[in-house]
Design a protein around this ligand. Structure first.
Ligand code: ASP
Length: 451
């Protein structure tokens, strides 16, 4: 086997990402990205767009069936329904706590640097805040009236509710449901195999996604908003490397160094897709196969976190609020700050982890503290890049809480966590020819028996 084949998927994806940054920036700096140019039409908006979109579609395609089967298997395998309640309670509390902490720290950092003070930016991009669902609707919709419709729409919270209730009912039926439980386990394994297949093309897809984003980056805008961008990225990095790692160490005693190494794969996908939801298959794979979190915990905490936990988004809201308030000369005062903290924690519950949703949440926050919503137009141009970075922080937060909760429930295999080789994907795609033949034979046998 050649060296390239032996290279782990994460390494290949990292190479794809680095090449994507390089190629995208070259296109950007040489002006080849000009509207209507050949490169822009056929390469950036053609090839890169199509490859990237196909891959994101494939990831999204996996989310609903994967969450359904893994969560169903998780509920059936958790052993006691009481521990299910504990996992739910602990993860909800930790998600809210870390998000509240994230926004508090980011408001403080932004206020300390006084970003936006004395700046005289005028937005030439109009921003109309999209409506976010009112919180009462979010709670009401947790119970779906039609689970098929929920699945079709990929709504995470009602899907989680329906699946948990179905799992509890299967457990209550008991040994009569043995065959179903077996089928669920196998279905879960099949779905994980589908993730492996889709991931095999990830290096090329990540290249295309990143190259497209980089070639479209408004570099002059980035320079103009350098203060905002630098403070935001600094606050995000602080949260990722300091706050989240303290939470991991204090609550679980696990090594942050290993965590940072292993989470990289999920971070790259979050960065490339800017969507925690589309990254669910990867986060689930990393958390279970690389970090040793039992599926009974991860199958709940990961999709739950992708929906309600947005530390990175909360940090953006903190920095953006201070930045735009300063530009418009709005004095927030202590009540303003507290309102921002509460609003952004609540807003994170109701909005799904998809690209750009942070801005919808930001407009909800602005309304509460009387900052003009058009102000969001000022940061719109750099938001895609910021979205990519904050989504990586969002999924890291999901993984930290999953690991901490699993450890506290004795559902974490520390041998897997410390094993550097665990979950490394390089040969998973090889088909076991004997198993393939055995499966075909058993299919034939069943068919013959029936006829
Ligand atoms: N894109 C983010 C996520 O999927 C949400 C946001 O901040 O816009 O987690």
């Amino acid at each position: 086997m050649s060296d390239t084949n032996k290279m782990s998927l994460t390494t290949k994806v990292l190479i794809g990402m680095a090449l994507g940054i390089a190629v995208g920036l070259i296109i950007n700096l040489t002006g080849l990205n000009a509207q209507g140019s050949l490169v822009n039409t056929y390469v950036v908006e053609g090839l890169f767009y199509v490859i990237g979109k196909l891959f994101v579609n494939a990831l999204k395609m996996l989310v609903v069936p994967l969450v359904f089967f893994s969560l169903l298997g998780g509920v059936c395998g958790i052993g006691s329904l009481r521990s299910l309640g504990r996992v739910g309670g602990k993860s909800f509390a930790l998600y809210m706590l870390t998000t509240a902490f994230a926004i508090t720290v980011s408001l403080s950092i932004a206020a300390f640097f006084g970003i936006g003070q004395g700046m005289n930016l005028v937005s030439d991009v109009s921003f109309v805040g999209a409506a976010a669902p009112p919180l009462s609707e979010v709670f009401i919709n947790i119970i779906p009236t039609n689970p098929i419709d929920t699945m079709a729409k990929g709504q995470m919270l009602p899907l989680i509710f329906f699946t948990i209730l179905l799992g509890i009912s299967i457990v209550m039926v008991g040994s009569k449901a043995k065959n179903i439980v077996n089928a669920i386990e196998v279905s879960n394994e099949i779905m994980m195999k589908m993730v492996t297949i889709v991931m095999a093309v990830a290096p090329y897809a990540v290249f295309a996604l990143i190259a497209k984003s980089m070639s479209e980056l408004g570099l002059d805008l980035l320079a103009e908003l350098a203060g905002y961008v630098m403070v935001l990225i600094g606050a995000l990095m602080f949260h990722l490397f300091i706050t989240q790692m303290i939470v991991l160490k204090v609550f679980s005693g696990l090594s942050p160094r290993i965590f940072i190494q292993k989470i990289r794969e999920a971070q790259i996908f979050a960065f490339s897709t800017a969507s925690s939801n589309a990254t669910i298959p990867v986060t689930l794979r990393v958390v279970t196969q690389k970090m040793g979190v039992n599926n009974s915990v991860a199958s709940f905490t990961v999709p739950f976190g992708a929906t309600i936990n947005m530390d990175g988004t909360a940090i953006m809201q903190g920095v953006a609020t201070v930045f735009i308030a300063n530009i418009y000369g709005v004095d927030l005062g202590i009540t303003g700050y507290i309102t921002v903290i509460l609003m952004s924690v609540l807003a994170s519950i109701g909005t799904a982890g998809v690209p750009g949703v942070g801005l919808i949440m930001l407009s909800m926050v602005f309304v509460q503290v009387s900052i003009p919503i058009e102000g969001i137009g000022l940061i719109l141009g750099v938001d895609r890049l910021m979205d990519m970075v904050r989504t990586a922080v969002n999924v890291s937060g999901d993984a930290v809480v999953s690991t901490v909760v699993a450890k506290s429930e004795n559902q974490l295999d520390e041998r897997v966590y410390t094993d550097q080789e665990a979950g490394i994907q390089n040969r998973d795609l090889e088909v076991d020819l004997d198993a393939e033949k055995a499966l075909a034979n058993s299919y034939e046998e069943t068919k013959n028996r029936r006829s």
